[in-house]
Design a protein around this ligand. Structure first.
Ligand code: FAD
Length: 419
């Protein structure tokens, strides 16, 4: 890391202005650092990342934006999962929230992002509209802002900043330049998503996840509309049409589960497409640089954990930057890698059917005297997954592993696997 004579980092350029970037910028300027955000304004009409988990509410409070987010979002008291029919597995956050807030929000994502960015601006981060570019320094592990980007910064740092943080999301500007390898997840799905006028929802405000003939879908109730996404093996898509709009509209009408709840839905927006969204960068820190948010890694959206992981990584990185030691940055990388690895594991239990088979077995055994005692305990710890807090509790994860391995009582998890 580049530090001054006192071993401190004083100036930071953050590439990108998504939620991870804005969170980090706010925390750093509050700590007295000079921060520039290099912002390439969005052109997409809508963005994914609309369903928050309760663990994020704590961060919104710390950033001082919860009231504003609440003013344009929909209150989210829980989540439910339909594997066979209507709301087979509902989870009400207040049943197991412990010290976490018993709610979260479903939020129009572009407004959410603007709120965080304005908050960073108000705190004192300087925002430059620029498509940021980097150069590699020789063959080394170092990067620097390129000449065009420095020109836009107009000598804001009097040269290069002490630290460059890449928060460019899935663009992964810096890892692409340094050729940093990443571990990809096994699934090769495509997500198609749009906003529609209405769908059937079994629980008010809940995010509904439904298993489809192929893949699964989300329904996120937003003020005045519903976000509907379908996540499907890419090989199944051609049978639904040739354009993404045809494919999306046909899946809503033809899938045996989705047509019952969204077959009559009228699409209000274009269809957005995402592919390849399970990835962990093999390195997240280097000589004068660090990665944060999706640039460091991202996982499948099924448990709405993306923003939680991204914003948590911003809080962790802010601590490392304030500390400025090489060890603090290594610890940051270890922590984020661990977080992503745990979530990849949890998500895999959703896809292979083990998670909900074990929940189902638990439900069936509810009358059993031993289970009557154990059930509240298990419920509390499994509920942490839906709060977004699973990865912070080694005990909850151990219990989860035990249940998905030994708690199926001979039931075939394939019956609940995502096809
Ligand atoms: C299908 C799908 C559904 C999802 N659903 C959810 C959900 O319901 N809940 C949830 O919590 N998460 C969800 N996620 C994950 C979530 O969207 C991401 O984790 C989150 O957006 C990451 O935030 P970020 O700030 O790291 O990156 P981003 O939000 O991607 O921000 C990156 C920013 O960098 C900018 N940028 C890129 N290149 C440059 C450049 N050269 N110069 C300047 N700026 C640049 C981009 O324009 C963008 O503004 C979903 C993801 C997918 C794929």
């Amino acid at each position: 890391m580049t530090t001054n004579q006192n071993g401190k980092i004083n100036t930071v350029a953050i590439l990108g202005a998504g939620p991870a970037a804005s969170t980090l910028a706010t925390l750093l300027v509050r700590a007295g650092l000079k921060v520039a955000m290099l912002h390439r304004p969005r052109t997409a009409p809508l963005l994914v990342g609309e369903s928050l988990v309760p663990a994020i509410v704590l961060m919104l409070r710390e950033l001082g934006v919860e009231d504003e987010v609440k003013s344009f979002s929909k209150y989210k008291p829980g989540a439910c999962f339909d594997l066979f029919g209507q709301s087979d597995f509902p989870f009400l956050f207040k049943d197991f929230c412990g010290s976490f807030p018993p709610y979260a929000y479903n939020t129009p994502r572009i407004q959410f992002e603007e709120t965080l960015l304005n908050n960073a601006r108000k705190a004192g981060a300087k925002v430059f509209d620029v498509n940021a570019g980097l150069d590699r320094v020789g063959n080394s592990d170092r990067v620097q802002l390129n000449a065009e980007t420095l020109a836009v910064l107009d000598d804001y740092f009097s040269g290069q900043p002490d630290l460059i943080v890449d928060a460019t999301g899935r663009a992964r500007l810096l890892p692409q330049l340094l050729d940093i390898p990443a571990r990809e997840g096994g699934r090769k799905d495509t997500a198609l998503f749009a906003h529609v006028d209405q769908t059937k929802l079994y629980q008010d405000g809940y995010v509904h996840s439904t298993r489809l003939d192929h893949g699964w879908s989300w329904r996120i109730p937003l003020p005045g509309r519903v976000s509907v996404g379908v996540v499907i093996g890419s090989e199944f898509l051609p049978q639904f049409g040739s354009t993404k709009e045809e494919r999306y509209d046909n899946i809503l009408k033809k899938d045996s589960m989705l047509r019952q709840v969204a077959g009559e839905a009228k699409r209000l927006t274009p269809v957005m497409e995402y592919t390849n969204y399970q990835l962990t960068s093999s390195r997240m820190v280097g000589d004068g640089w660090a990665l944060v948010g999706d640039t460091a890694g991202f996982i499948d959206p099924v448990f709405s954990s993306g923003l939680f992981i991204g914003m948590t990584s911003a809080f962790e990185l802010a601590k490392a930057i304030k500390n400025a030691s090489a060890q603090a940055f290594q610890d940051y990388q270890k922590e984020v890698t661990h977080h992503l690895t745990i979530w990849h594991e949890i998500v895999s239990y959703y896809y292979n059917g083990r998670l909900f088979t074990s929940f189902n077995v638990g439900e069936k055994l509810r009358g059993n005297p031993l289970m009557k005692l154990a059930f509240p305990h298990i419920n509390k710890h499994m509920g942490r997954i839906f709060l977004g807090a699973a990865s912070t509790s080694p005990y909850s994860i151990k219990l989860l592993r035990l249940l998905v391995k030994h708690g199926l009582r001979g039931e075939d998890p394939q019956a609940m696997a995502i096809r």
